[in-house]
Design a protein around this ligand. Sequence first.
Ligand SMILES: Nc1ncnc2c1ncn2[C@@H]1O[C@H](COP(=O)(O)OP(=O)(O)OP(=O)(O)O)[C@@H](O)[C@H]1O
Ligand SMILES: [Mg+2]
Length: 280
Amino acid sequence: MKENIITNISKLTILKLGGSVITTKDSFFTPNKKAIIRLAEEIARSDVKSLIIVHGGGSFGHPVAKQYKINKGYKDSSQIIGFSKTHQAMTTLNKLIMDSLIGQNIPAIEIQPSSCMITKSGRIQVMEQRPLTKLLRMGFVPVLYGDAVLDADTGFAILSGDQLVSTLAIQLNARHIIIGTDVDGICTADPKIDLSAKLIHHISLSELKKLQPNVGKAKVTDVTGGMFGKIIELIPAIEQKIKVIIVNAAKSNNVYKALKGEKVVGTIINKGVENGAKPN
Ligand SMILES: Nc1ncnc2c1ncn2[C@@H]1O[C@H](COP(=O)(O)OP(=O)(O)OP(=O)(O)O)[C@@H](O)[C@H]1O
Ligand SMILES: [Mg+2]
């Protein structure tokens, strides 16, 4: 491999495509093909050079994982087939994403978390990173997803796309994280339940920690905790001064603008002022 075609990964962006956008979350196994195609086009148009995409489970992974209680760990052998079915649901959704990305000439390569990661009580313990970093350096766009994985303590677990985003961002020293979901950002309450909820445009880490009790899970099946789960997962990355923006990926051009670093409606989270330090 010649040096001059190896990309610098120091400006790495990690983009999460929420299952709430790429699927219809309240009906079983229903992709939102229009949204998948539009998002692939926005990603291609942004022409971002160093990018990892992580997608969620939506109506594919979550209901199957819930049915077989995969998120509760191994209890009996009847769950084994459920583990296979949860993973299969995710690869079925992943195939649609891959088709759209490659259809837009994005050099996307899927990486199955269940094949290269093991959790311990639900937290990533083992992650084989070498293929991923080599792919990035060569200019590929690795695509990962929330998955059923083997767990050192509980037999198996659900590794959320949100945990993946945060862990990858920290370990690969990403510049920023863009979270695409089906609401405009973090609101003062769940906007799907409380119509008076207001969007928070900018929030520091300490404010975010105070807000946590007002942030709910999701109304529809989400074994990884909706917006609440997302915030818990993102906190360690924000601690490392990685900028996070949450945007509504169901609305055209928001993901494009976020990838380009343009002004976009959403919630920007950064570490903020602490111990007299300057805001980042
Ligand atoms: N304070 C809040 N602000 C914004 N959204 C909230 C809040 N509290 C709860 N939510 C809910 O969190 C949901 C987003 O989380 P959810 O896990 O459903 O989406 P996702 O992560 O995009 O999907 P997936 O987990 O399948 O990838 C929103 O649809 C919203 O209803
Ligand atoms: Mg979720």
